[in-house]
Design a protein around this ligand. Structure first.
Ligand SMILES: *Cc1c(COP(=O)(O)O)cnc(C)c1O
Length: 242
């Protein structure tokens, strides 16, 4: 049996090389891209190992799993990103450990996040928020994997920007499985980059572009992503859902 640390170190080195190669191919500086390791379904012991291996950003998509894991890892120098669909009844828990929420896709969620941060003991520390864009949604509608259609991004972004205790950080997407962008991650991420530059025209500091996972991080880096969210390529293929 190989040691978990050895496996994770090898996987991380491979992902790091892929990011470096993708940056080189795109003529980008490696420092423009932040690796976020998606630790969902994997135990706190794995989070501790990757932290020792130098990872500084981790992401989770379910509060039930994330809250105890983050509590177990509270002393590690990690930023926690929440990337899953978020129900308003989970907001109070998520803002206890999350530094950023990538999946903000409705006004009701903006209000709930803002109110929860204000009422919490982190009221002096803004919560980073990204608008999740659904590239498979019709105008005005939600996407099947969360997110909001591109025409609604500016409205949600403005609500975040004016909400107390929230900071508008940028945009996020998941390459769609359906619609015109299905199977075309590069085109999807180019579209996200366009939406990002429109947003930055009115909100210049909202410069995070969160895109790309294990299967398509190269396409995301080529399209200008600043943050890639990589799970299985580091931790292994997840059994079942997740
Ligand atoms: C699981 C997940 C990822 C990582 O996916 P992999 O294919 O395992 O790299 C990225 N983003 C979101 C929103 C996820 O839920």
């Amino acid at each position: 049996m190989t040691d978990r640390r050895t496996d994770l170190a090898r996987n991380l080195a491979r992902v790091e090389q892929r990011i470096a190669d993708a940056c080189a191919a795109a003529g980008r500086d490696r420092r423009e891209v932040t690796l976020i390791v998606v630790t969902k379904t994997y135990p706190a012991s794995d989070v501790m190992i990757i932290s020792e291996l130098g990872v500084r950003h981790v992401a989770e998509n379910r509060d039930q799993d994330a809250a105890p894991k983050a509590a177990a890892c509270v002393d590690l120098p990690l930023a926690w990103h929440f990337v899953g669909q978020l129900q308003t009844n989970k907001v109070r828990s998520v803002i206890r450990y999350a530094d950023a929420v990538h999946s903000v896709d409705r006004l009701k969620l903006v209000d709930a996040l803002s109110a929860a941060v204000l009422k919490s003991d982190r009221a002096d520390r803004e919560l980073g928020c990204l608008v999740q864009v659904a590239l498979d949604a019709e105008a005005g509608a939600q996407g099947s994997r969360g997110g909001i259609a591109p025409d609604a991004v500016e409205g949600i972004a403005e609500a975040i920007a004016v909400a107390p205790a929230l900071r508008l950080d940028g945009v996020m997407t998941v390459a769609p499985l359906a619609g015109p962008y299905a199977g075309q991650p590069r085109a999807a991420f180019d579209r996200l980059a366009e939406i990002s530059s429109l947003l930055r025209a009115t909100h210049p500091t909202a410069n995070m572009v969160s895109a790309g996972m294990s299967a398509d991080l190269e396409e995301a880096v080529a399209a200008g992503a600043t943050h890639v969210r990589v799970g299985s390529a580091v931790l292994g293929v997840r059994p079942g859902l997740g």
